[in-house]
Design a binder for this molecule. Sequence first.
Ligand code: ATP
Length: 300
Amino acid sequence: MIQLTIPLNFLGNMYREIRQALVDMDEMFRLLDQPPEVTDRDGARPLRVDAGEIVFDRVEFGYDPERPILKGLSFRVAPGQKVAVVGSSGAGKSTIGRLLFRFYDVTGGAIRIDGQDIRDVTQDSLHRAIGVVPQDTVLFNDTIGYNIAYGRDDATQEEIEAAARAARLHDFILSLPQGYDTPVGERGLKLSGGEKQRVGIARTLLKDPPILILDEATSALDTATEAGIQAELEAAGRGRSVIVIAHRLSTIADADRILVLEDGRLVEEGTHEALLARGGRYAELWRRQGAEADQAVAAE
Ligand code: ATP
């Protein structure tokens, strides 16, 4: 009997471990959303980031060959600049971030960082150079500390806490029963959308990349927290090249340049003031969003 239970226990544990590994792998792929067909080229070299210039050069792309999403899109993010991308829903804004991270390869044109085509560099070095604060941060079934440190195995507790402070998460974590060792995710504490997003911000701050992609970084936060985090993101963005995928216009009025994307094409480009003065598509989006905000206030 004993002889039988031991192997069964052993198998049970092994089964649990394998299942756990599969769940984590599944989460990892969701996090990376990485189709397996994008692989390193033979002889791929590590990306060398000097200044952090990003160039989209007549980029064409469609998830489905029958349906083009980006149609010859060209723009440049100068080193250290903050460039925001706006446009109506489905225009292709988030796709820009996914292509820069090389979740998918462009079907025409090229994307270059400091003069290097991102298809010629190792994905590992590319991913290390780019920090992404996504719309929806995926959490691993592990502690909140692990989730912040994810991607920086060598981070010290001090560094983890500094990142958590900068993302306005530290006091919240200290209020949890096991502090930084509190399990989160599906099998642990469920975090709110805003808290998850702050984990994503802390993770990115800790990674300290020269290039940042903020995809609607503060969508799930309340106004007071948003103002605080906005300031932190602002500070975090200094000295880095930043692409903000903006779904609301209020957070990007200070961008160095705003790109207005419609149906996969650039239709306007300039600063907030210049685009408002122009009275075109951006001015229309701005007016419409102002009217929606007024309506929301009136409805409260
Ligand atoms: P929103 O402001 O609503 O987030 P967006 O401008 O960021 O929109 P994208 O997410 O870039 O839009 O999507 C552009 C188009 O590509 C959409 O029509 C969308 O349906 C399609 N699309 C996005 N992701 C995929 C995918 N994984 N597979 C197929 N089509 C996709």
